[in-house]
Design a protein around this ligand. Structure first.
Ligand SMILES: *Cc1c(COP(=O)(O)O)cnc(C)c1O
Length: 396
């Protein structure tokens, strides 16, 4: 495989060596089952799991018993939505969400529609954010749940979770936040925001794949979820199955590291991102930035280059790895639904690429990416008849 600079840190992140180091003993000598109560192998594993739980709870200003370990954010979201609906008394059969959610939320909502729930999918504004008045108007007397993500995986845009949390409190509606892209990277206080349920994942924060958690509020109000995985009653009955101790240890360490490094790392990655953006805009003034630049994850940028096809552009980018559309949908050649939701034409939606810097990128990576993107866009445009026609018009 050709060595490429990895600039797709919204899709997944490499495991930090410090995280891996912390995990290793739990594959070998510390292999105990956290549910074994009769010997030190079990106690040691249980203690490691509880330490990770405390770190995550602390990061969210939550209680350790409010953290349920799962296989990732997808499972967490399924448990949250299905669990909440199925545990409810059936009087409130309405869910409010929005169109640029991750498929984990959208597909679970679609499933709930099949099971008789009504779902409102709010549109986003041109900047990728849902307006507060849209949320306020959508919440009704029979609304059970509002599910709005914190940061979008494609465009990095941040939703107004503070205001939405407040509204949900006032209207006595439960609030679920998919925080897979923001957990650890941005501080989140579930008490201050008024979040009832929150999903996150290890592999977006330099931890391992196959592990995540669900925060489930236990007080003011206590959230009841119908169990989605029956078995030995692990995780206070909420999610049965032998705990993935080594992965959970990794998730805990990854959380600790990202929180410790947060301010410095965000400033550094924002600088890389902004340098790239400025360089590209200078060379290609008609570059379109997709989504709000102000309310956005510091390491993410998503651009469209009019008259350039995103897939063709990616093929030309030989030394960097980034993506067009989201990783999940780039197997199909449909333009990204997130891009379409911003109100872009099919052409512009097709021309978008996402660059996401991460902990292991440096200034040189941003320089290389800039040079390569500019060269590739220019070269593709030279071959585009439409582009040549536009240029002629402009200068005649
Ligand atoms: C990655 C991601 C998910 C899915 O997380 P997994 O742990 O891979 O299942 C859900 N939502 C968002 C916003 C994501 O970025």
């Amino acid at each position: 495989m050709v060595e490429r600079i990895y600039l797709d840190n919204n899709a997944t992140t490499p495991v930090d060596p410090a995280v891996l180091g912390e995990m290793m003993p739990y594959f070998t000598e510390k292999f105990g089952n956290a549910a074994s109560r009769n010997h030190a192998f079990g106690w040691e594993a249980e203690e490691a799991v509880e330490d990770a739980r405390k770190i995550i709870a602390h990061e969210l200003n939550a209680k350790p018993r409010e953290v349920v370990f799962t296989s990732g954010a997808t499972e967490s979201v399924n448990l949250a939505i299905k669990g909440l609906c199925e545990a409810s008394d059936g009087k409130r059969k309405h869910i409010v969400t929005q169109v640029t959610e991750h498929k984990a939320v959208l597909d679970t909502c679609k499933e709930m529609q099949k099971r008789g729930w009504e779902v409102t999918y709010l549109p986003v504004q041109e900047d990728g954010r849902v307006s507060m008045s849209a949320v306020a108007d959508a919440v009704r007397g029979d609304t059970l749940l509002v599910a709005i993500m914190h940061a979008n995986n494609e465009i990095g845009v941040l939703q107004r979770i503070d205001d939405i949390g407040k509204l949900c409190r006032e209207r006595d509606v439960r609030f679920l936040v998919d925080a897979a892209q923001s957990f650890g990277k941005l501080p989140i206080d579930v008490e201050a925001v008024g979040i009832d349920i929150l999903a996150a994942s290890g592999h977006k924060i330099y931890g391992p794949k196959g592990v995540g958690f669900l925060y489930v509020r236990q007080k003011n109000p206590k959230i009841k979820l119908k169990i989605q995985m029956e078995g030995g009653g692990h995780e206070r009955g909420m999610r049965s199955g032998t705990l993935a101790v080594s992965l959970i240890v990794g998730l805990g360490k990854a959380t600790e590291l990202i929180a410790d490094k947060r301010d410095k790392e965000n400033a550094r990655l924002k600088h890389l991102r902004d340098t790239l953006l400025e360089g590209i805009r200078t060379a290609l003034p008609d570059t379109v930035v997709n989504g709000s630049i102000e309310h956005r994850l510091p390491h993410n940028i998503n651009f469209s280059f009019p008259y350039v096809e995103g897939e063709a552009l990616l093929m030309k980018l030989e030394s960097i790895a980034c993506s067009s559309g989201s990783a999940c949908s780039s197997a199909t050649l449909e333009p990204s639904y997130v891009m379409k939701a911003l109100g872009h034409s099919e052409e512009l939606a097709h021309s978008s690429i996402r660059v996401a810097f991460g902990r292991f990128n440096n200034d040189e990576d941003a320089e290389i990416a800039m040079g390569e993107i500019v060269r590739a866009v220019k070269s593709l445009r030279e071959k585009s008849p439409v582009w040549r026609l536009m240029r002629q018009k402009k200068f005649s």
